[in-house]
Design a protein. Structure first.
Length: 99
């Protein structure tokens, strides 16, 4: 099984966020809790569903990621866009900032 992370959209501003190991939410994929097995993946998905029920996030789901040299990157192009921002305007979104 590949690595997986939990993503959702924050309810108050709609931004893509990732569940962290501490149980909070971060806008940065590199800060996400990573699941390397099915048991851990189910645990973080359950946490995301509880957060959705508490109206903090919407639509939590697991995404496949790869970790290389300490950097986490999504495997699917759609998730790369959610993680960084628009693919046609590099001056917008997270890729425009320094992180």
């Amino acid at each position: 099984m590949s690595l997986r992370a939990l993503t959702a959209n924050r309810l108050n501003d709609g931004r893509a966020v990732y569940l962290t190991p501490q149980g909070g939410w971060s806008e940065w994929l590199n800060e996400a809790a990573l699941a390397g097995d099915e048991e851990r993946a189910e645990a973080i998905l359950a946490r995301g569903r509880a957060e959705a029920a508490a109206a903090r996030v919407v639509e939590p789901y697991l995404i496949e990621v790869v970790e290389t040299d300490g950097l986490v990157a999504p495997l699917r192009y759609r998730e790369a866009i959610r993680a960084r921002g628009p693919s046609v305007r590099l001056d917008l979104g997270k890729q425009a900032g320094a992180n």
